[in-house]
Structures are given as C-alpha cells and as structure tokens.
Write a protein that binds this ligand. Structure first.
Ligand SMILES: [Zn+2]
Length: 284
C-alpha cells in the first residue's frame, strides 16, 4: 500500500501540467553565448559577479565575452566563473576615455600592463567612429599588440572603419559590434562577402531583423547565407540593461526561433564557441 502511494505521488509529480510545461520551456530555450557583455563600474554596487552569473543562468546563457570599464570588472567576473567567461579588453579606465582613447598616450602603459598576463582573447569592445582614428601613434601600438597576442578585435564602428582596419592588418580577426549598429543588411552582406575574417555580433539589431511578426526578408537571407559568421550580444553598458537582461536575450530568441534550427544553433552559440575557442559549459 505504501509503495502504491509513493508510485501515485511520483506519477502525479512527473505528469503534472507544471512539469510538462517546464520540459517544453526548456526545449524551446536555445542556449546562448553572449558575445557583448560589460560589467562596468556602475554595475558593481548593484550586482555581484555571482548575481551576474545567476542572471546568465536564468536566461540560459552558457558563456559570455565580457569587457568592462575599467578592466577590473572583467577580472572580477572572470575570476568568479573562469569556465564561462572570455575576457575582452577595453582600454578605458573611466567612461570618459571612450571618446579619445586611440590618441591618449597615458592609456598605452595601462593597456600593456593589463594585457601582459595574456588572459584576454579579445581587444574591445572599442569605439572607433572614423577611419582617421586609426592614424595615430597609439593606435599603431594597439594594433601591434593585438597582432602579437592574437587578439580578436571587437570594434563598434562603421563599415568604412572596418575596411580601414583590414587595410592596415589584413590578417586581423574582427567581431563587428552590433554588425555596424546602423549599417543596413546589404552593407553587412557586402562586408561578410569581402572579408572572410569578419564576424558580426547582433546586439541592438533585433528590431532590424524582425519586421513585424516575421523576419525581415533581407536579414533572413543574410543570416542563412552567412550562418557561420553571426553571434548574439546583449550589450549591458548601463545598469538598466542588467535589470532587463532576460528580456534582451529573449528578444534574440524570438527571431532565432524563426530560422532553421541548424542556423539558429550556429548563431546562438556555435559560431562564438569556434571563434572564441570556448565551449558552453553544459553539453548541448
Ligand atoms: Zn557595448
């Protein structure tokens, strides 16, 4: 009799609508490799590294490429979860450095010291708005360090700046932040056609990729044709984006669901795993 009660209780637990729903939800939630995360100073007092990893877990984000202002933020989260974090380096001590970092000699020594232990795999996210920004003595040094340490560049830049970067160093690998932010699909397509070492990360692009309830046709063709070259990003540059983190990731899942599942898996995490040489922690 006792065994029967246990069996009935077990069956109710397994087949209750709640657990069925949970299983379906898990199946619908494709894991994500977030390739545009910041853990900058403004977030430190609000969220501990443990809170950030908890947010990743709740959004089923397995791994993340993190860069922070200042770089201590990245070190904190990397030390907390080294198996899940890829370190990017941005050469800013304070947010105000963003505008003129590429011509500020004081930041060169800081950057070289931070990069010396070779924990970073990526240089960026960096802001470079104009091709002329590359023509400084400091920028020459940064590009030399990037080449020497085999760092992938993560520039927030127009297509013209990405072209200028490849002109200076054709062997660079570039993860193009926000796929150029405002560059339209045909320009992103041309760039990916022209440069085999270019990948494009899609933070802030969900609104362009979706046209109403469906995928924008130009973006759909591009995402399928270059399915091996896109990655997902959240861009948590201010604390309000941390409070909205799960929603930012869900926005991406909304359009990923509309793609063939092999394409969606590549863009959601597989491309980032290959580019950044870091597997998601759980077996997929
Ligand atoms: Zn960013």
């Amino acid at each position: 009799m006792k065994a029967l009660i246990v069996l009935v209780a077990l069956l109710i637990a397994v087949y209750s609508p709640l657990s069925v729903q949970a299983n379906e939800d898990r199946a619908a939630v494709i894991p994500i490799f977030d390739t545009h995360m910041h853990y900058s100073q403004g977030a430190w007092d609000i969220y501990s590294p443990g809170d950030i990893v908890e947010k990743m877990d709740k959004a089923n984000v397995g791994s993340a490429l993190v860069s922070s202002t200042p770089d201590e933020g990245t070190a904190m989260i990397f030390d907390f979860a080294p198996d899940r974090i890829v370190a990017g380096f941005r050469p800013y001590k304070v947010r105000g450095d963003m505008a003129r970092w590429f011509e500020n000699p004081d930041l060169i020594a800081y950057s070289k010291a931070r990069l010396a232990p070779r924990r970073h795999r990526v240089f960026g996210e960096i802001i470079l708005y104009m091709p002329e920004n590359l023509e400084t003595a400091e920028m020459k040094e940064y590009l030399n360090v990037a080449a020497k340490q085999d760092l992938i560049l993560h520039p927030h830049s127009s297509a013209a700046v990405v072209e200028a970067l490849f002109k200076k160093q054709p062997k660079l690998k570039i993860l193009w932040a926000h796929a150029g932010f405002s560059e339209p699909a045909p320009v992103v397509a041309q760039m990916l056609d022209k440069y085999p070492n270019l990948w494009a990360e899609l933070s802030y692009r969900a609104d362009d990729i979706m046209a109403g309830e469906d995928l924008d046709p130009e973006w759909k063709d591009l995402l399928i044709r270059h399915s091996g070259r896109f990655t997902i990003g959240s861009d948590t540059w201010q604390s309000s984006r941390w409070s909205a983190y799960k929603g930012l990731i869900e926005e991406h899942r909304d359009w990923l669901k509309k793609l063939p599942s092999d394409v969606a898996k590549k863009i959601a995490y597989r491309n980032a795993e290959l580019l950044l040489k870091k597997m998601l922690p759980a077996a997929q």
